[in-house]
Write a protein that binds this ligand. Structure first.
Ligand code: GDP
Ligand code: MG
Length: 439
């Protein structure tokens, strides 16, 4: 997948605009890549259509190659589709919170039940695991073994009891013991069948869970889509756990599960051990699905580096009081073009007054400043004090650039204030190092 996308990026490389024509091959590659990552066909279609819309509307960021920018758009869209943020496990207003685990056999339900119990324990919550898989004696033993490993109680009534009864009594037991979360492990089949669905539905109707978690094996591939659709239609799920992500699956199932159920993936299983459970983070999964976590961070780095290289040169100049109108213009352009640098500068006292709001008003303000600076002589730009001293020069600039005297005056004042401030800060050692600042 990474290779395929790499090809797509190559096709975009060296082009300076994201346009309808040059984007087609890249979109085609994404389509093919996602399909080969086992994302469901319909999901792929919708996704590609969305990416196309966004990419075509995108302004080309200066200093970033279109192919890099395109990667970012694809990545951002993936993150968005997968829900943007992590959604935590539901918690009922009144204990106990009831969580029903659903899914095919072998997907990792029982393991995930124990993992969740341990996870909750670490959050100072306590859990009871309920064993309702009565069809395989080993399943109950498995849960008991896991329970003793993590020191979490297991409620079971052997293999002769009715799963619905076990679930109900388990909850009563939890209430009596003051346990705040009940995790109900259920039986799965190798394939979806009506018995399994009926039993799940009966348990669900009886215990009225706060959360129904569909456990999906990340290796399931294309079938994750129909599987999700069936479970969601027949039982109604509130979230999912994607297991076995420690394997070499790209995690395309995550995209399908989310798109088809509309429900968030809440956790991922990353190993056989009980500790191997992590909250689901859309960003990480997006990188994984694209098979290019490195590429994405490279894009971000590239963007930062381009900006920071400029910023650092400017900063050095400011400190040495060599800061002139040419630098000022550059500064304005940087601030305007760069969200991240803008936010860095806003954290510097004084800078916000001078720039932030005004500059972010956008084009207009920058154009006026550009025009005024454009009307300055080379000498005036390099020696700004000339303008502070000479109303005549300011008047000439105002006329030349089609502005009022007061506007030129304001520009000069702003500039001086900025320069003074930079010098004070550099003397007081207050200038924060750019490197350590959040971008
Ligand atoms: P269930 O039938 O749905 O209850 O599935 P189990 O919990 O019994 O798990 C089936 C197999 O998958 C077991 O061998 C587990 O150790 C393994 N398994 C479960 N989750 C993961 C995971 O996240 N990564 C890996 N590598 N194996 C897992
Ligand atoms: Mg099981």
């Amino acid at each position: 997948l990474a290779d395929r996308l790499e090809d797509a990026w190559k096709k975009l490389r060296g082009q300076d605009k994201i346009g309808a024509a040059n984007i087609k091959p890249a979109l085609q590659e994404i389509r093919r890549a996602l399909l080969s990552a086992d994302v469901n066909l319909q999901v792929v279609r919708d996704f590609v259509a969305d990416v196309e819309k966004k990419a075509l509307g995108a302004e080309v960021v200066s200093g970033v190659r279109p192919d890099q920018q395109f990667v970012k758009i694809v990545y951002d869209e993936l993150v968005e589709v997968m829900g943007e943020t992590n959604v935590p496990l539901a918690q009922a207003e009144r204990s106990p919170t009831i969580v029903l685990m659903a899914g095919l056999q072998g997907t990792g339900k029982t393991t995930a039940t124990a993992k969740l119990a341990l996870f909750l324990k670490k959050q100072e919550r306590n859990a009871l695991m309920v064993a309702t898989d009565v069809y395989r004696p080993a399943a109950i033993d498995q849960l008991i073994t896991l329970g003793s490993q993590i020191d979490v109680p297991v409620f079971e009534l052997g293999t002769d009891a009715d799963p619905v009864d076990i679930a109900r009594q388990g909850i009563e037991h939890a209430k009596a013991e003051g346990i705040d979360t009940v995790l109900i492990d259920t039986a799965g089949r190798l394939q979806i069948d009506t018995d399994m669905m009926d039993e799940l539905r009966r348990i669900k109707d009886t215990v009225r869970p706060d959360e129904v978690l569909l456990v999906v094996d990340a290796m399931t591939g294309q079938e994750a889509a129909s599987l999700t659709a069936t479970f969601h239609d027949q039982i109604g799920v509130t979230g999912a756990i994607l297991t076995k992500l420690d394997g070499d699956s790209r995690g395309g199932a995550a995209l399908s599960v989310r798109r088809i159920s509309g429900q968030p993936i809440k956790f991922v299983g990353v190993g056989e051990k009980v500790e191997a459970l992590q909250p689901f983070y859309p960003e990480r999964m997006a990188s994984r699905i694209l098979g290019m976590g490195d590429v994405v961070s490279l894009v971000e780095k590239a963007q930062e580096e381009i900006d920071l290289a400029d910023a650092e040169a400017l900063q050095a100049k400011m400190m040495e009081a060599r800061f002139d109108f040419n630098d000022f213009l550059k500064q304005m352009r940087l601030l305007k073009g760069m969200g991240s640098f803008g936010s860095i500068m806003k954290m510097i006292p004084g800078m916000n007054k001078l720039s932030g709001a005004d500059i972010e008003k956008g084009e207009g303000q920058l154009k006026r400043v550009e025009a005024m600076i454009g009307s300055m002589t080379k000498l005036e730009r390099e020696d700004p004090d000339l303008l502070s001293r000479s109303p005549g020069r300011r008047r000439r600039i105002a006329k030349g650039s089609g502005h009022k005297d007061t506007e030129v005056m304001k520009l000069v004042n702003d500039f001086n204030r900025m320069r003074t401030m930079m010098q004070q800060m550099s003397q007081g050692g207050m200038m924060p190092g750019m490197g350590g600042m959040p971008g």
